[in-house]
Ligand binder design. Structure first.
Ligand SMILES: C[S@@+](CC[C@H](N)C(=O)[O-])C[C@H]1O[C@@H](n2cnc3c(N)ncnc32)[C@H](O)[C@@H]1O
Length: 238
């Protein structure tokens, strides 16, 4: 089984990421503003997870449908934030060409696949379902910030007793992917995410069918910098 089919589809995910529910109050309005689409626009929230950002997209008057691989996340979304939802894989979206005005891809939800071709395919699928001129918001971890944050603790198990889990982060020898192992609820998990350079992000967006993106270095829309914690791209489908 590919790691992302297991790590996110387990109740431990909600425990480990419990603080992200509260973070939604700041991330949701800010990211929805950066998507910058008029009320009534049709937006695909991909991946939607458990729907923590959904109300903030709706609050801007957007017509939102969500999609995610995790049935567990989709069940929680349906219970807490009823909406049109689809279980899907980024590599083959079950939507018609050009059906959306926007794709909203929040919180480091690109780079999960093992091959460059599959990661490119995800962006190409986003481009396919967008109408020409439609907007993709791609919210990624800043590579340099993450490298610095991990540098002092790489390879060490860190305990989070209140949250009830422990974790250890290591970069792959080629420095391209970060692997985060976690132990929680008696189970083992391992995220394995490609953390691209800015040049790689831009090259993939171009190859997938997007124009040159606007890039932001924070939720407040500040200018992109190489050492920013978040790299947020807004790209229009050509
Ligand atoms: C870090 S979470 C972000 C969710 C949401 N955007 C948010 O900010 O709360 C990543 C999500 O991607 C979903 N996912 C992982 N691999 C996927 C795939 N191949 N296709 C579709 N969704 C996937 C997971 O189930 C999980 O809900």
């Amino acid at each position: 089984m590919e790691w992302f089919a297991w790590d996110f589809d387990h109740p431990a995910y909600f425990q480990i990421y419990a603080d992200k529910a509260a973070d939604a109050a700041t991330e949701g309005p800010a990211l929805a503003a950066l998507l910058d689409l008029p009320p009534g626009s049709r937006v695909l929230d991909l991946p939607c997870g458990w729907g923590r950002l959904h109300p903030h997209l709706r609050a801007r008057g957007l017509e939102v449908a969500g999609g995610d691989l995790s049935a567990l996340n989709l069940r929680r979304h349906a219970a807490e934030q009823p909406a049109p939802l689809a279980r899907l894989d980024f590599r083959a979206l079950p939507f018609r060409d050009g059906c959306a005005d926007g794709v909203f891809c929040a919180y480091t939800s690109w780079g999960y696949f093992a091959t460059e071709a599959e990661n490119l395919r995800q962006l190409a699928e986003f481009a396919r379902v967008l109408r020409p001129g439609g907007a993709l918001l791609l919210d990624l971890a800043g590579r340099k910030f993450l490298r610095n944050a991990v540098a002092d603790v790489e390879g060490e198990w860190l305990e989070f007793p209140e949250e009830g889990y422990e974790e250890r982060a290591t970069w792959t020898p080629d420095g391209r992917r970060i692997r985060t192992e976690r132990r929680c609820q008696g189970q083992a998990f391992r995220h394995d995410i490609w953390i691209p350079t800015d040049t790689e992000v831009r090259a993939c967006l171009a190859e997938a069918g997007f124009g040159a993106p606007a890039a932001y270095g924070g939720l407040d829309g500040r200018a992109w910098t190489g050492d920013a914690e978040r790299w947020i791209y807004r790209a229009l489908r050509r």
